[in-house]
Design a protein around this ligand. Structure first.
Ligand code: NAD
Length: 314
C-alpha cells in the first residue's frame, strides 16, 4: 500500500509539473509552488494535462500555490527552478521549510546542494540527477517521452530515513529512482554532456544533429567532454568519459532535431543556466589548478549572449 507523502514542488515548469503530476497521480499529496500565475490558474481551473508514452490525461488532484501563500511544511520539497532562481525561490518559501522537511534537487549543473544548504541543514538536503526529459508547451500542459531514471543520495553521505521515503515515493510514480552513493559522478557526467551540447547549440543556434554537419562540431563537443573529465578527476570525482562520449555520439546521431534548453532560452531572450554548467566547471578547474580553455571560451561567449538579453528575430 502507498505510504502517501506531503510533497511540494518548488518551480513547477516542465520538470516540476511532470514530477508533480506523476506523484499526484500515484496518490501523493502534491502542491505545485510557482510564480507563473497563468500556469497556476489554468491548473486550478482545468487540472494539469499530462502527456507521456502512456497517453494524455488530466491530473485533477494537484494543489497549486504562489510561494508567499504556501504555508504548510511538506515532508519532501523538490526544487525544480532553473539554477539561477533557486535561492530567490527558497528565500520566498520559508514556511515550507519545516524542521522535518527534506529537500531534493534534481536540477542540472553544479552547486545545487550548496545553494540549498544556505536555507536548510545539509543533513536534510539530497543531491540527485535525472535523465527524464520534459517540455511545457503551454499553461497547465506538460509532456515527456521516452524513459529516464533518477539517482540520489543525501548530501552529507549518510543514510537517512527520508532518502528511502523519497526513493519509494518517486518509484511509486514510475520515475525509476535509486539511492546511489556515487551520484556525484552521475552529476558531473551530465554536466559534461550539457557543457558541450547546450552551450554549443546556444551559441551556434544549431540543433543537436546540426552540430555534426561539419567534423569540427563533434570534435569540439568531445574536447569539452575531455576537459570536464579532467576537471572532475582533479576534484576527486570518478568520471566515465567513454560513457559520456557514447551519450554525446548517440545524441548527435539520434536527437538530431532537439533544441537543448539553453538554445530555447537564448531564442526566447531568457537567461541561461551557463553559470551552473560551464561556469561551475571553470571555477572547479581553477580551484584544482587545471585548464579548461574551450569550456571557458564557451562560457564567456554565452555570457555575452545572456547579457544581450533581448529576443532576436532569428
Ligand atoms: P522551467 O523553466 O520549465 O521551469 C522552472 C520553473 O521555475 C518555472 O515555472 C518558473 O516560473 C519557476 N520559478 C522561477 N522562479 C521561481 C521562484 N522564485 N519561485 C517559484 N518558482 C519559480 O525549467 P525546467 O525545464 O523544468 O528545468 C528545471 C531544472 O531541471 C533546470 O535546472 C534544468 O536544467 C533541469 N532539467 C531539465 C530537464 C528538461 O528536460 N526540461 C531535464 C533534466 C533536468
Amino acid at each position: 500500500m502507498l505510504d502517501a507523502l506531503d510533497i511540494a514542488i518548488l518551480g513547477a515548469g516542465a520538470m516540476g509539473s511532470l514530477f508533480g503530476g506523476l506523484l499526484a497521480e500515484a496518490g501523493h499529496r502534491v502542491t505545485l509552488v510557482d510564480i507563473d500565475d497563468a500556469h497556476l490558474d489554468a491548473i486550478r481551473r482545468d487540472g494539469l494535462s499530462l502527456t507521456t508514452d502512456a497517453g494524455t490525461r488530466i491530473v485533477g488532484n494537484l494543489r497549486v500555490s504562489r510561494p508567499e501563500q504556501a504555508v504548510s511544511a511538506p515532508e519532501l520539497l523538490i526544487v525544480f527552478t532553473k539554477t539561477m532562481h533557486t535561492e530567490a525561490a527558497l528565500a520566498s518559501v520559508q514556511a515550507l521549510l519545516g524542521p522535518h522537511t527534506a529537500v531534493l534537487s534534481l536540477q542540472n549543473g553544479l552547486g545545487n546542494v550548496e545553494r540549498i544548504a544556505r536555507y536548510v541543514a545539509r543533513e536534510r538536503v539530497m543531491a540527485g540527477m535525472t535523465t527524464w526529459p520534459a517540455d511545457k508547451p503551454g499553461p497547465a500542459q506538460v509532456s515527456s517521452h521516452g524513459a529516464g531514471e533518477i539517482r540520489l543520495m543525501n548530501a552529507d553521505g549518510e543514510t537517512h530515513a527520508h532518502v528511502r521515503r523519497a526513493v519509494d515515493a518517486l518509484n511509486a510514480a514510475g520515475l525509476n529512482c535509486m539511492a546511489d552513493s556515487n551520484v556525484w559522478s552521475a552529476i558531473w557526467e551530465k554536466v559534461a554532456f550539457n557543457a558541450a551540447l547546450n552551450s554549443l547549440c546556444a551559441l551556434t543556434q544549431c540543433t543537436v544533429g546540426e552540430l555534426s554537419n561539419v567534423p569540427d562540431g563533434e570534435a569540439l563537443t568531445l574536447k569539452i567532454v575531455a576537459e570536464v573529465a579532467t576537471v572532475a578527476r582533479a576534484n576527486g570525482i570518478a568520471f566515465d568519459e567513454a560513457h559520456v562520449v557514447d551519450n554525446v555520439r548517440h545524441a548527435l546521431a539520434h536527437h538530431r532535431a532537439h533544441r537543448p534548453s539553453m538554445l530555447q532560452d537564448v531564442l526566447a531572450g531568457r537567461k541561461t543556466e551557463i553559470e551552473a554548467i560551464n561556469g561551475a566547471v571553470v571555477a572547479a578547474a581553477r580551484a584544482a589548478g587545471v585548464a579548461a580553455p574551450c569550456t571557458e571560451c564557451l562560457l564567456q561567449l554565452v555570457r555575452l549572449v545572456d547579457a544581450r538579453g533581448t529576443r532576436r528575430p532569428y
